[in-house]
Write a protein that binds this ligand. Structure first.
Ligand code: NAX
Length: 328
């Protein structure tokens, strides 16, 4: 269709925003036949910087870019939105307790969820990138009672892609040969990256790796702590790789996952795999007909279940904390 898709990006003037907007406008997210209209939401102090980014978007002369609008008001920014990328969040400042962090983000994601509820298009799809992503998605979803909770997702795809890269490097294969990894639980250092059902070049990953100790002692912590390693090396947090993961997530959501392959998505639990119903947790998921579905019936070892439970325990604590704060 030639009707432009309305894509709202929050935190548009931030570093992920800068890596994300140009790829959306180039067609990398919604495909080469879909025009997009970008709606950028920023706080007032960052509107000028967003305007500078919009000038550069103009200067790219992207054929698929139908226009760019800039807002400092959530209700206006989400009016008619089809795809919402919630990137802007309150980072943890010095001496900030977890409760303060959750409350500050509740003050962002609650009103944004309400604005989505008020004005979004019927087909709205929401991806939360801003941390703590899973719990921010839960807050936004519970502020949008008229939007199906399934439309609110949190980004596990960067962790997933990090896992693919580590496995390809370890086994001397290409990332395209690695399939069906799962990142379970929270997008945090307590996530559980799982290779039990993964394949590498069509063979079971554990067999190709041939080194269970490497999986436990190197792979899992490397993937889980990769964000900190990037900060250490780059002096700034992951930006281009985070933007790329957001593109991958939305592209697969809208256009579908390849047959027989799943990816990792932070999505509302239906109670599968012992994850309490209603939490937004990382799951193995396929996208068909424009909707994510949790891959059901995978065997989970005792060790894996223990790893999932630890991560889900953290999500439960975050949910209880935001409930106590009256944010959900
Ligand atoms: P930056 O600090 O560069 O940019 C954030 C932007 O958000 C700023 O321009 C700020 O003005 C804006 N903002 C703040 N409050 C806002 C509001 N209420 N409405 C609209 N805009 C608002 O951060 P950046 O590096 O771009 O990271 C953004 C978020 O992504 C952070 O919360 C970060 O922790 C999170 N990440 C999540 C990842 C994931 O895998 N889920 C990985 C990368 C990243 O760490």
């Amino acid at each position: 269709s030639t009707t432009p898709v309305n894509v709202t990006v929050t935190g548009a003037a931030g570093q992920i925003g800068y890596a994300l907007l140009f790829r959306i406008a180039s067609g990398a997210m919604l495909g080469p036949d879909t025009p997009v209209r970008l709606r950028l939401l920023e706080i007032p102090q960052a509107v000028k910087a967003a305007e500078g980014t919009a000038m550069e978007l103009d200067d790219c002369a992207f054929p698929l870019l139908d226009g760019v609008d800039i807002f400092d008001d959530a209700t206006a920014a989400f009016d008619g939105v089809n795809v919402a990328l919630l990137v802007g969040a309150r980072p943890r400042g010095p001496g900030m307790e977890r409760g303060d962090l959750l409350a500050a983000n509740g003050g962002i994601f609650g009103p944004q969820g309400a604005a989505i509820n008020a004005g979004a298009a019927d087909d709205v799809r929401v991806l939360v990138v801003g941390n703590p992503a899973n719990t921010n998605a839960l807050i936004a979803a519970s502020s949008a009672p008229d939007v199906p909770t399934e439309r609110f997702t949190a980004m596990m795809r960067l962790d997933h892609n990090r896992a693919l890269a580590q496995l390809a490097q370890k086994t001397g294969t290409g990332v395209a040969d690695v399939t069906n990894v799962t990142i379970w639980g929270n997008h945090s250092a307590k996530q559980y990256p799982d290779v039990a059902h993964a394949t590498i070049g069509g063979r079971p990953a554990p067999e190709v790796i041939g080194d269970d100790a490497w999986v436990t002692d190197t792979f899992i912590p490397t993937v889980a702590k990769r964000g900190a390693a990037i900060i250490d090396a780059r002096g700034a947090s992951s930006a281009a790789s985070a933007a790329n993961a957001a593109i991958d997530h939305v592209r697969d959501w809208v256009l579908g996952t390849p047959a027989g392959e799943w990816t990792s998505v932070g999505m509302v639990s239906d109670g599968s795999y012992g994850v309490p119903e209603g939490l937004i947790s990382g799951f193995p998921a396929v996208s068909t007909g424009g909707a994510w579905e949790i891959v059901q019936g995978l065997s989970v070892s005792e060790t894996a279940q223990a790893g999932i439970d630890v991560s889900v325990g953290e999500l439960t604590e975050e949910r209880d904390a935001v409930k106590e704060l009256g944010l959900i």
